[in-house]
Ligand binder design. Structure first.
Ligand code: SF4
Ligand code: SF4
Length: 373
């Protein structure tokens, strides 16, 4: 069973930030402190995003020395964006095992699963691949990190009913979005654990809070600090097995870890009460009011002849605007490999959008702003 709080290291926000911001010793200490307090699951993040992956992994390897490896379950993420063979998945898993000096791992997480990647994964025989890494004891269990409408989980679970967990971005903001709490129905049906990641949107719900959101927070019914509100809101859902904290955004030091552990102890799982839900809805509305485009993710603009995922690109653009921070959406754009496809400028997506959004222009602007040259 995964502990109520789990830890994510080498996350995308860590790849963006200067790694020397918090010393490696402090991070090693924080990991060990959390394990000593009962945290039993660490997601090993995305070491291949770092300029120097060997150096980036050092503090994690140090933390796992001295018997700590045996006290904790580890998960390695295997990206699924535009994967076209089982070999690509195996290569990515092997490269990361080598970086961490591991022969095997407890969980392999297929990262970035959505309707499009899932179709590709099915076509390359994903169930057989998962079974093969399990049979060869490279990874004992498999899970998915999922971002899409909840009902796609039905086919994903129907195709391979043994996922140990579904990791999803779940925060005050994502309550109704990809998959949001709507995903619980499907995870419960297949007895999947739920790992809530991004509970503070990579720290963006904790600092540089926009004025209109500050106003809402000042008048909130439940008085809490942003970090307390974020973690308690997620853990209030009984369907959530674990809230994953990032060492970069939420838990850089043991002091931060102590606070989160204390908040988690206060939570009685069930669901957020009426006042917490009202506050969350007001906060969500205030953030959403700052978006540039009122895209509902209806996907009427799809399919695109060349496979451009315009709703996802718009989501990333809106993210940058909501949080006045384009670094994370820019990295995410690259991880998801949107830059690999060139828009034909056919304009068909514009015609199908019920909101009359200038999709073609948004896609082009995002390509200019986010594509790594
Ligand atoms: S304009 Fe670009 S994004 Fe829109 S449908 Fe045509 S190719 Fe796809
Ligand atoms: S059709 Fe318009 S509102 Fe719907 S997903 Fe596409 S861009 Fe968004």
């Amino acid at each position: 069973m995964i502990s109520e709080l789990s830890l994510g290291v080498l996350c995308r926000e860590e790849a963006i930030a200067a790694p020397e911001r918090t010393s490696s010793e402090k991070r090693t200490g924080t990991i060990r402190y959390m394990i000593d307090q009962g945290v039993n699951f660490i997601n090993l993040g995305h070491p291949l995003l770092f300029k120097n992956p060997e150096t980036a992994c050092e503090y994690v390897k140090n933390a796992l020395d001295g018997g700590y490896r045996e006290k904790v379950k580890l998960a390695i993420n295997v990206p699924t964006h535009r994967v076209s063979s089982q070999q690509e998945l195996s290569n990515s898993l092997a490269a990361q095992l080598e970086l961490f000096g591991l022969d095997s791992v407890d969980f392999c997480v297929l990262d970035g699963v959505n309707r499009f990647n899932w179709a590709a994964l099915k076509s390359i025989g994903i169930s057989a691949w998962v079974e093969s890494i399990s049979a060869s004891r490279i990874s004992s269990h498999a899970g998915i990190a999922f971002h899409d409408d909840p009902h796609y989980l039905k086919d994903i679970n129907g195709t391979y009913p043994h996922w140990a967990f579904v990791q999803m971005e779940l925060s005050l903001l994502d309550y109704k979005h990809h998959p949001g709490a709507g995903g619980f129905k499907f995870t419960q049906e297949y007895n999947n654990g739920v790992i809530a990641a991004g509970i503070t949107k990579s720290g963006r719900l904790l600092k540089n809070i926009p004025e209109n959101v500050e106003d809402v927070l000042e008048n909130a019914q439940v008085k809490q600090s942003p970090e307390e509100r974020c973690v308690k809101w997620v853990l209030a859902f009984e369907e959530v097995s674990s809230a994953q904290l990032s060492i970069e955004s939420e838990c850089p030091t043991t002091k931060h870890a102590q606070r989160y552990l204390r908040y988690a102890e206060d939570v009685t799982p069930g669901e957020p009460d009426v006042w917490e839900s009202l506050d969350a809805a007001r906060i969500r509305d205030a953030y959403y009011a700052n978006r540039d485009y009122l895209c509902t993710s209806c996907y009427c603009c799809m399919p695109c002849a060349v496979g451009i995922d315009a709703p996802r690109i718009i989501e990333l653009v809106n993210d940058g605007k909501m949080f006045s921070n384009s670094a994370i959406p820019k990295l995410q754009y690259s991880i998801e490999r949107h830059q690999d496809i060139e828009c034909l400028q056919c304009g068909l997506c514009n015609k199908h959008c019920p909101k009359r959004l200038p999709i073609q222009k948004i896609v082009l602007d995002a390509s200019c702003a986010y594509a790594q040259k």
